[in-house]
Design a protein around this ligand. Structure first.
Ligand code: MUC
Ligand code: MG
Length: 362
């Protein structure tokens, strides 16, 4: 098992209420089987969301997970999951290990992971996240995404003060595009419940698809009060890193829809959350952990596997903001869609020269 740190700068940093990302300082996790198969996935440290760091991910993979997992087979994924679950937290480290194991399993069987999981579709509609900027710049960015990649769904980062700043952005996007685009907002816990309620009232005429994490779920009663008065699905994202959190937040009235991020729940945990959400009758959006192309290929492989995960556009495009990436064949968004690979495993190949160039451990 390997945990390889790498760093790829962003051309256009992503800024949002809980933080900003200028360089993708991720960890590539590789598992090697006795037959020479290599499974690969990436872990993105998000200290402002889960408290993980690049050093911490490497350490937990090498020092805690590796001794617990080496020697087990690819078919013992529930054993692996149970052992790894003894360590609290570390969601992206656990997720990357889980997905690398699924990648190795798919490659061993000669089958795509999407088909092993559910095989629902060959493509996902793409939603692009628009980070903080002034209204004109964010409209120009959306127009570029539409012209170049055919993307027509946008998640607008909100949660700044004064609240009117973000309302002006959403209004500018709606005025510019009319009804041609889908718009939803993500506050990353930046507003209070009262600010969120006011903002949603003022955006009542803008035809929003969803609202996501506008205020903290820890403001328990305020959040329930807010969600009770919003007439679009309210997505829980960073407040639901586990299936237990989904249950708690939904039953307490803190959310009515779920963002599934393979970067934090891998394929095994995401599948559990998907089935839970389906049983509860919740809408699902495939979210973005500010993933590179490796992480995006993972999100795509999972999203395409099920009907309810591929119904809405998935957040699969923010790798476009990076200056480069690790894949031998870059992902291509065309006419607003990403097509999943039909190759065995997750379906991508790492370019060894690029990994040599960007890895930080040599
Ligand atoms: C998102 O949906 O919130 C920003 C912070 C994070 O944890 O993920 C991103 C996108
Ligand atoms: Mg979010």
């Amino acid at each position: 098992m390997e945990a390889i740190p790498f760093a790829i700068p962003y051309i256009k940093p992503l800024k949002f209420a809980s933080g900003e990302v200028h360089v993708a300082e991720h960890v590539l996790v590789r598992v090697h089987t006795d037959d020479g198969v290599v499974g690969v996935a990436e872990a993105p440290p998000r200290p402002f969301t889960y408290g993980e760091t690049q050093d911490g991910i490497i350490s937990v993979v090498e020092k805690i997970f590796a001794p617990q997992v080496i020697g087990l087979t690819l078919l013992e994924r529930e054993v692996i999951g149970a052992r790894v679950a003894r360590t609290v937290g570390n969601p992206t480290a656990k997720a990357a290990l889980d997905m690398a194991i699924w990648d190795a399993l798919g490659k061993t069987l000669g089958l795509p992971v999407t088909d092993l999981l559910g095989g629902y579709t060959d493509r996902m509609r793409v939603s692009h996240m628009l980070g903080f900027d002034d209204p004109a710049t964010m409209v120009a960015e959306a127009q570029k995404m539409r012209d170049t990649y055919g993307i027509s769904t946008f998640k607008v980062k909100v949660g700044r003060r004064p609240v009117g700043l973000d309302i002006a952005v959403v209004r500018a996007l709606r005025n510019h595009f009319g009804d041609d685009v889908e718009l939803y907002v993500d506050g990353n816990r930046g507003w209070t419940a009262a600010e969120s309620a006011r903002a949603m009232r003022e955006m009542d005429d803008l035809g929003l698809l969803f609202a996501e994490e506008l205020c903290p779920a820890d403001d328990v009663l305020g959040r329930r009060w807010l969600v009770g008065q919003i007439d679009v699905p309210f997505i829980a994202d960073e407040s639901v890193p586990t299936a237990a959190d989904v249950t708690r937040e939904i039953l307490s009235g803190s959310a009515t829809a779920i963002s599934i991020k393979t970067a934090r729940t891998g394929f095994t945990g995401s599948r559990r959350i998907h089935h839970l959400a389906e049983g509860l009758g919740l809408e699902i959006v495939i979210g973005n952990q500010i993933d590179g192309q490796v992480g995006t290929a993972c999100a795509l492989a999972f999203g395409a596997a099920f009907q309810t995960t591929s119904r809405y556009a998935g957040e699969l495009s923010n790798f476009l903001d990076m200056s480069d990436d690790l894949l031998a064949t870059p992902l291509q968004i065309r006419d607003g869609f990403l097509h999943r690979s039909s190759r065995a495993g997750i379906g991508f190949e790492i370019d060894p020269d690029k990994l040599d160039h960007y890895r930080q451990d040599r």
